[in-house]
Design a protein around this ligand. Structure first.
Ligand code: UTP
Length: 277
């Protein structure tokens, strides 16, 4: 099974910080946001982690490339621990496909259709972190229990934030597992079918790739993955797993990025995992 990490968006909510630096490369405590996501993909047992990048965001690829020169200098200066960190990040097994224009998340996912083939696959948004790496395995259990169906992670969101999310309608079939009957992208609060917002982790049936090829632009003029999932409901079952909000962290807006930094920093301190350099 492949794990796709879409990271080709424009990051407009962070401008001007993201004019020359990808949003996914912003620091979260001690490493760029996307490094957490790649580590999660690899920990999930995916046989390949594929970043969907844009040609303009070279910093992402540079981060995951080996840098023997830097390693040599660090070792010469007696900084073997830092050399090991640089070697480690350059050794993570990542490949790339490219989205030529930021036409939306659905379009980004569709760029990896050939790589995915006819297997289920994971999608991990590049600006959403799950540091415990525990969400995708839970989603796979739900998918396996329902004949390999698609599963999306959702979490309860406050009323005033519902219009920022894709939102599901459905019926709870077992504790925390919903059979989805409808999905709406960024509904007005009055139109939202529930307060369960799509969170940024998906396990998808390959059929979604065919649907994405036919989907028209939706909210914001973008090809929306949520719209394709709503269309998928006419053909296949889709389930939603309600996740513990403490397991996932958004970094997609300056406010959520700051909050995530603060929370993860405090967590690390309490676990005594902030190291001296
Ligand atoms: P977002 O909507 O949060 O990212 O997409 P964005 O579009 O970069 O941000 P704003 O709205 O302009 O501030 C969630 C993830 O999907 C990727 C983004 O890079 C992000 O990691 N994405 C989004 C793509 O890969 N391609 C797109 O066309 C849109």
């Amino acid at each position: 099974m492949k794990a796709l990490i879409p990271a080709a968006g424009l990051g407009t909510r962070f401008l001007p910080a993201t004019k020359a630096q990808p949003k996914e490369m912003l620091l979260v405590v001690d490493r760029p946001a996307i490094q957490y996501v790649v580590e999660e993909g690899l920990a999930s047992g995916a046989d390949e982690v594929i970043i969907i990048n844009s040609y303009g965001k070279k910093a992402i690829e540079e981060h995951f490339s080996p840098d023997p020169e830097l390693v040599k200098i660090l070792k010469e200066r007696g900084k073997a621990d830092l050399a090991a960190l640089v070697e480690y990040v350059g050794s993570l097994n990542v490949s790339y496909v490219y989205q030529t224009e930021a036409r939306g998340l659905g379009d980004a996912v569709c760029c990896a259709a050939n790589e995915v083939g006819d297997e289920r696959f994971y999608v991990l948004l590049g600006d959403v972190l799950v540091p415990k790496n525990n969400m995708l395995p839970q989603m796979k259990v739900v998918s396996d229990a329902h004949g390999g169906a698609s599963v999306i992670a959702v979490m309860p969101v406050p009323d005033d934030q519902v219009s920022r999310f894709g939102v599901i309608a459905g019926v709870e079939v077992s504790n925390g597992v919903w059979k989805v009957t409808k999905l709406v992208e960024k509904p007005a609060f009055e139109d939202a079918p529930s307060n369960l917002g799509v969170f940024g982790r998906y396990l998808l049936s390959p059929r979604i790739m065919e649907i994405l090829k036919t989907i028209e632009p939706g909210v914001g003029g973008e090809i929306q993955l949520t719209d394709a999932l709503d269309a998928l409901l006419a053909e296949e079952e889709v389930y939603a797993l309600v996740i513990d909000p403490n397991d996932g962290y958004d970094t997609g807006t300056p406010e959520s990025w700051l909050e995530t930094n603060n929370t993860l920093f405090e967590l690390r301190k309490s676990e005594n995992r902030i190291w001296a350099r």
